[in-house]
Design a protein. Structure first.
Length: 149
């Protein structure tokens, strides 16, 4: 398998794990991404739109549905009185932590057929691809999955 099919099929594989895990937790994959992005701190709607790759109307609908589930809340932005930020509720934070932990576990199992040295090499190469493209304005990758600690 060449580079392009391998990367694209890997992305589909991770997305399939994401979708299956979301169903397990009773949320949509989009809600799962939203919860994971908000784990570190509340974000404004424009920041969320950029990170999730959603237009304003799509993001508003996603946030509205997640608010109705009691997982996030809107709060005033302390830097701009006209803007709002989206933050996790206590229930949302608990679900985000569980979901994130399960996602990390399941994604970590994907390369289980590799030796420890191969896994380390794969991680190093993929990290380089991400880091080398971090400044690409069309490629804003949220830091949802980071090393523990």
């Amino acid at each position: 398998m060449g580079m392009v099919p391998a990367l694209v099929r890997s992305a589909f594989l991770v997305n399939a794990v994401y979708a299956d895990s979301s169903r397990t937790f009773g949320i949509t994959p989009q809600q799962g991404r939203l919860l994971c992005v908000l784990m570190s701190h509340p974000l404004g709607m424009s920041e969320l739109g950029e990170m999730l790759g959603l237009a304003s109307s799509g993001l508003t609908g996603l946030v509205d549905r997640t608010v109705l589930r009691g997982l996030v809340r809107r709060e005033p932005d302390p830097r701009d009185g006209r803007a709002v930020r989206v933050a996790l509720t206590a229930e949302g934070a608990a679900l985000a932590a569980e979901f994130h932990s399960e996602m990390c576990r399941r994604i970590d199992e994907l390369p289980s057929g590799l030796t420890p040295a191969e896994r380390d090499r794969l991680a190093a190469l993929l990290s380089r691809v991400v880091v080398d493209n971090v400044d690409n304005v069309d490629n804003k990758v949220p830091e949802m999955f980071t090393e523990p600690g």
